[in-house]
Design a protein around this ligand. Structure first.
Ligand code: MLC
Ligand code: AMP
Length: 525
């Protein structure tokens, strides 16, 4: 029987730090390859361990208050992933920012989150540091794709041994900004417990196994590439083929020695345009996973016809990580259904309670359409410093209102049929119409505008802006687009802009966006 020393009378606190769990899953052979880049660089598991220790030691040496946010506005690189893992390791809170965001967007996020540390590309240091120091940030480091920058220079002076910070399951691990269901962008607060519970469920549900190799081709500013991809591979001790940017030919070339691929629907559409996508080219692959936006049934079917593989579609959100998934193998809860069905997002993941509810937040009968609401260990703690907004998005019995409309069919499959939130999902990126409209409305000569999403063969959905000019004003659509390009992330720029004499309105005077969507729906298809 173990005897506790009088100096150690309390049982050690359970460790809930997400990095500790990922580190524990590293394979025994630390010198084997953990990450391989498109340029042939190889990082061993030992490299990942040492590099995260050094960056974590650097962060720890800064004496930051507990709960400090570490913001990253950096291009995708293995070192950018190391920064994420080191932030977890040191017990701080990671704040990823898409590098497409321009100054007004970055100013909002940094002003709202007040990070203690900001890491950015050296070419952006001038304007990013100005914003950060104004918001009270203490340290701004640089990190570039070619493994240079002050972050790594400073980390190189640190020890490569670091004891992982002790974390509770409820401690914050990351804040992910999302347009949410209404209003300005909100920071979804995700805990170590949220992220780890979801990663563990997916490891089993998707049948991760020894020898799996993930092709990682998604950006790491958002939930899909940052959490689903990285946690999936690391928790399985699996190698990643790390591509800084999605390129269909490069992805195809790596399929011969990989087994798992994850992508937003646009990636599948672009791969299908490659004549090299064949059964032979995908022979070694075990699993193709799609999500972040609706996968068209025709893409799903064409993929099966071309490759013999059935895409597994799943559904998630920044606020909840993954919620539902088509089955990898038979799911005992649903009469051993093992079929991956196109145009559905499968079943609620183990531990996730999902209901389709009416206005009274009560579950509707099978087949009826209502708002999708969810509850579970993966659901976030709330929006950063927005208690009222958080309260609005939860029901009295603790379900989170996703803002997606759906139905559950008789076999238990969840179907997403639309959104109650005014949101456009373009190539897997969220575009919040109210934000774009406010920028257009502020332009000289503009009286009013409306942005609607219409079908697009490549991006799935894109924004179309309809603008009314003030009487007598000379406003050009091309000028509006060019001005937006300078002000906002490029993916938010409408793909079509048109001056119109009026907008259709209902009796209350509200713009009828459904009529506009119907009018412009064949513009690109
Ligand atoms: C680029 N452009 C886009 C765009 N991406 N426009 C609309 N929507 C997008 N998603 C713009 C470019 O700025 C350029 O404009 C023009 O379109 C053509 O660019 P491109 O070269 O074809 O784009 P590319 O760089 O190849 O990027 C396309 C892409 C990328 C699909 C690879 O958008 C991407 O990686 N998307 C994935 C997003 C993602 O990871 N989402 C997960 C969110 S998490 P111009 O005018 O400059 O020529 C989430 C939760 C969950 O949703 O469930 O997972
Ligand atoms: P985000 O706020 O970027 O996390 O985006 C989350 C939103 O993406 C969800 O609320 C859905 O509207 C959408 N989404 C994610 N996966 C799917 C999917 N498989 N099918 C349809 N929509 C999806």
């Amino acid at each position: 029987m173990a005897i506790l020393s009088p100096y150690n009378r309390f049982a050690p606190m359970a460790q809930h730090n997400l990095f500790a769990a990922l580190r524990a899953a590293f394979p025994k052979d630390l010198d084997s390859t953990a990450v391989e880049t498109e340029s042939g660089l190889r990082y061993s598991w030992r490299d990942l361990d040492r590099a995260t220790a050094m960056v974590a030691n650097l962060l720890s040496s800064l004496d930051l208050p507990a709960g400090s946010r570490i913001a990253a506005h950096t291009e995708k690189s293995v070192e950018a992933m190391v920064l994420y893992l080191a932030t977890l390791r040191a017990g701080y809170v990671y704040l990823p920012l898409n590098t497409a965001y321009q100054s007004a967007e970055v100013e909002y996020f940094i002003g709202n989150a007040e990070p203690a540390v900001v890491v950015c590309a050296s070419r952006n240091f001038g304007w990013v540091s100005k914003i950060a120091f104004k918001a009270g940030t203490q340290y701004v480091f640089t990190l570039d794709e070619d493994r240079t920058g002050s972050l790594l220079e400073r980390a190189a002076m640190q020890s490569d041994v670091h004891a992982v910070a002790q974390s509770q399951a409820n401690d914050l691990a990351a804040i992910v900004y999302t347009s949410g269901t209404t209003g300005r962008s909100k920071g979804a607060m995700l805990s170590h417990g949220n992220l780890l519970s979801n990663a563990k469920v997916l490891k089993t549900y998707w049948g991760w196994k020894k020898g799996d190799v993930l092709i990682h081709a998604l950006p790491i500013f958002h939930v899909h590439g940052l959490f689903v991809g990285i946690h999936g591979a690391l928790l399985n001790g699996s190698k990643m083929v790390w591509l800084s940017k999605f390129d269909p030919k490069t992805v195809l070339a790596h399929m011969a020695h990989a087994t798992v691929f994850m992508g937003v629907p646009t990636l599948y559409v672009r791969l299908l345009a490659e004549p090299g996508l064949t059964r032979e080219a995908t022979r070694n692959m075990r699993l193709f996973i799609a999500g972040s936006a609706p996968l068209l049934l025709e893409t799903f079917k064409e993929w099966t016809a071309r490759t013999g593989h059935t895409i597994l579609e799943r559904y998630g959100m920044s606020e909840t990580v993954m919620l539902t998934s088509n089955p990898y193998t038979a799911d005992a809860r649903y009469q051993q259904q093992s079929e991956r069905r196109g145009a559905t997002v499968g079943f609620p993941l183990p531990g996730v309670e999902l209901r389709v509810a009416g206005h009274d937040d009560v579950a509707l009968p099978v087949g009826e359409i209502g708002g999708i609401q969810v509850r579970g260990p993966n659901v976030f703690a709330g929006y950063w410093r927005m208690p009222e907004k958080t309260a609005e998005e939860f029901t009295a019995d603790g379900f989170f209102k996703t803002g997606d409309m759906g139905q559950v069919d008789a076999r238990g499959y969840v179907h997403i049929v639309g959104r109650s939130k005014d949101l456009i999902i373009s190539g897997g990126y969220n575009v919040y119409p109210a934000e774009i409209e406010s920028y257009i409305n502020d332009m000289p000569g503009v009286a009013e505008s409306a942005l609607v999403g219409v079908p697009h063969p490549d991006f799935g959905e894109v924004g179309v802006a309809l603008v009314i000019a003030k009487p007598g004003a000379q406003v050009q659509a091309a000028t509006i687009v060019a001005t937006l390009k300078k002000q906002l992330a490029n993916f938010k720029t409408p793909k079509h802009c048109e001056l119109v004499p009026e907008l259709p309105r209902n009796a209350m005077g509200k713009v009828q966006k459904n009529l506009l969507r119907a009018q412009y729906q064949s513009l690109f298809v």
